[in-house]
Write a protein that binds this ligand. Structure first.
Ligand code: QUE
Length: 349
């Protein structure tokens, strides 16, 4: 191994990202626990720099984990983005998204396998850190979501690539509704790859360091307690039918046709979300199915630049994260305002 770049001592990279070497495993730890590790531009830059430093070290793996007992990562620091949008600081917005998406791509193309340890909330930007890596190791405390349609945004960090590749219509379902899913459901749809017992992460790092293969080490650490059953499998038929529709209006119509508790609740959820976000999200997830990750991230960056300036984004973040009244008043509805052929009239992408 080359020397000097990464010492065996704990390195402090700012305060919010820590890194250390454990044997031949590089460990990068998100350490902004009070904000559930919501990602700032300096954090994204730090993770990128640590990953680059570890890549030259001939390591077994790089592990991404969290110093928070509650969250792996709740997403981007979307309140800061809103403030930048309100003050017209387009450069700061550009810097955040461009750096974050570049990191997402670097994780996907890393020469060293990237393994994420997820023991709590993993949403939005947290999905972008973990999903593009080689393995996502979860405990039963893990939960996943792409909840951006709640804040007038859209699933980004490569979601048009990774959601569009989930089985059936699970991608549009998760991306439109923002549904929060359990570890069992994440394993079911492939968002998670391995399950271990809570508190086993130190042992898992040892196993990765000493095992014949990373997969073998992770499979050998599989949690012994009975995993609670997920609910996605039970609704696969309805999900695939309803969310396999080509327009948001048609998704809504199919949910209405299906009826019953699940479809009615799901339909009510959609009606509370930003109509603009629903249209943009479905469009991008369909578009991304036949595009590369780089193309998806480029398209998302273009759309993000526009969406953060819209009233739905400003209002959605206000209601969810600033005033926390959870009562967003969405702008003129492009969803209900779709033309008679069901064609969207939104214009952000
Ligand atoms: C949608 C999102 C985010 C969200 C809620 C949504 C998001 C995000 C946070 C968040 C949560 C807790 C914090 C924080 C941010 O919430 O991206 O600073 O302490 O980061 O409905 O996309």
């Amino acid at each position: 191994m080359s020397e000097g770049v990464v010492s065996t001592e704990k390195l402090t990279v700012g305060d919010a990202v820590l890194s250390e070497l454990r044997g031949n495993v590089g460990v990068i730890t998100l350490n902004r626990p009070r904000q559930l590790n919501a990602l700032t531009t300096p954090m994204v830059e730090s993770i990128d720099a640590r990953l680059a430093a570890f890549s030259g070290e001939g390591l077994r793996a790089v592990v991404l984990n969290s110093a928070s007992p509650r969250a792996f990562c709740a997403g981007g620091d979307i309140r800061a983005i809103r403030d930048n949008s309100l003050t017209g600081d387009a450069e700061a917005i550009e810097r955040f998204f461009a750096t974050e998406y570049r990191l997402n791509h670097r994780i996907a193309t890393s020469a060293v396998p990237v393994v994420s340890f997820i023991d709590g909330i993993c949403m939005g930007g947290g999905m972008g850190l973990s999903i593009h890596g080689t393995f996502r190791v979860v405990t039963d405390n893990a939960s996943f979501a792409m909840p951006e349609t709640k804040i007038g945004f859209f699933p980004d960090v490569g979601a048009s690539y990774f959601l569009s590749r989930l089985p059936g219509a699970l991608g549009p379902y998760l991306g439109l509704t923002g549904a929060r899913i359990t570890a069992a459901d994440a394993l079911y749809c492939g968002l998670a790859t391995h399950r271990v017992s809570a508190g086993a992460f130190d042992e898992v790092i040892e196993a990765i360091d000493h095992g014949e293969s990373i997969h073998g080490a992770l499979a050998g650490m599989a949690g012994s307690s009975e995993s609670s059953a997920g609910s996605l499998a039970a609704h696969r038929a309805e999900i695939d039918w309803c969310f396999g529709a080509r327009t948001v209006r048609e998704v809504d119509e199919r949910l209405s046709q299906v009826g019953g508790t699940w479809a009615t609740t799901t339909r009510d959820t959609l009606h509370e979300l930003s109509p603009q976000s629903l249209e943009v999200s479905l469009h991008l997830i369909s578009w991304g199915r036949q595009r590369s990750l780089a193309q998806c991230l480029e398209a998302e960056l273009n759309v993000a630049r526009k969406v953060v300036k819209t009233e739905d984004f400003i209002e959605g973040v206000r209601a969810a994260l600033v005033d926390k009244d959870q009562r967003p008043l969405w702008g003129e509805s492009r969803f209900r305002g779709a033309d008679s052929a069901g064609r969207a009239t939104w214009n952000v992408c």
